[in-house]
Design a protein around this ligand. Sequence first.
Ligand code: PAF
Length: 287
Amino acid sequence: MQTVNRIDPLRSAVEALRRDGPVALVPTMGALHDGHLTLVREARARAAHVVVSIFVNPLQFGAGEDLDAYPRQLERDSALLAGEGVSLLWAPTVDVMYPAGFATGISVAGVSEGLCGAARPGHFDGVATVVCKLFNQVLPDLALFGEKDWQQLAVIRRMARDLDLSRPHADAILGVATVREADGLAMSSRNAYLTAAERAQAAALPRAMQAAVAALGAGVPAAEALAQLRDAVLAGGFAAIDYAELCDAASLAPLDAAGGVPGRLLVAARIGKARLIDNLPVPATRR
Ligand code: PAF
């Protein structure tokens, strides 16, 4: 596996890889876990070569958030990626990504506004800007993202459609199902912030979400199912809930009940130093 941290060698390396066939990009912020490695394996199954980017993007962290504390472990990550058959690791520094005078940003309206967008102002502008840059730097044929960040995936797809991106085309931006620990907790680099006691309590989140999905499927109105979910999550040891909503899976518009369109239950909740997000599908119940 080759590692590059400047744009010119990146472009030459990708050009050489493309001679063998399609190139897939898996953008990450590092601190890799099995969720990321699953993305890499999916990418390998679909492309001749896989490029992984590792960049902790300051633009997507708000004041007082965990930019400084975010785990950075490039050597360990690099060994994991080499073991997965990744061809190229793109690991730019902040100065390479945002040179002096950098003044351009991308803002995606609509899908970015509620949920994490409301709780973390500016977050999705930072995500859209860096992902657009990563796409333009690597020019991948396809790109893979985890469904754990459901809203992020919707924002990135909207951006690719609205800006007529061709590498990758919006249809080649693929979501991969969330990878979970044995007790149901979604894998996340931020799980590292949890103490052993908090880690044990954190399983209350997916448990309460599964119960809410079952209730919604049985026809319980969203307001009632979500109130039960909030009570269960707080009783399970979480300190606060940023949001718990049932939304249209595609537009992220709030829904009153499971119904004619595929829905998504999305939650963000705080425990100890961690803010955990998760989401589950809520199938349409009537036609
Ligand atoms: O999901 C992430 O790890 C980040 O938000 C991403 C997509 C790599 C952009 O920095």
